[in-house]
Design a protein around this ligand. Structure first.
Ligand code: ZN
Length: 107
């Protein structure tokens, strides 16, 4: 592999470039952060890791609309039921975001 700054060939296990001294360790994204972002706003975690960006933006719009959807119910019980039904989707996106981030970190 090559140093991203000066282009000198460096070893994969090197932590710093021997020529220009920049750090060669790529910053890893946190799977937990992706999961939390995706849990509260579907798709936001995908933007955080820079994957499925197009889907991420679409999901954010859907997520906001779904979030606003609960306001059509006046009763607290109905609202809780509405958001309760959305919970499995929240969890699914959180789980998927977590897994994908782990895969990216493993390279
Ligand atoms: Zn360098």
């Amino acid at each position: 592999m090559k140093c991203t700054k000066c282009g000198k060939v460096v070893k994969k296990e090197d932590k710093f470039c021997s020529n220009c001294g920049i750090t060669l360790i790529t910053v890893k994204k946190s799977p937990a952060t992706t999961a939390i972002l995706n849990f509260f706003i579907w798709g936001l975690g995908y933007l955080y890791i820079g994957k499925y960006v197009g889907w991420g933006i679409l999901l954010i719009i859907i997520s906001i609309l779904a979030g606003l959807g609960g306001s059509i119910y006046s009763g607290l019980g109905d609202q809780l039921l509405y958001y309760g039904l959305l919970l499995p989707i929240d969890i699914a996106f959180a789980w998927h975001g977590y897994k994908i981030t782990q895969e990216i970190n493993q390279g």
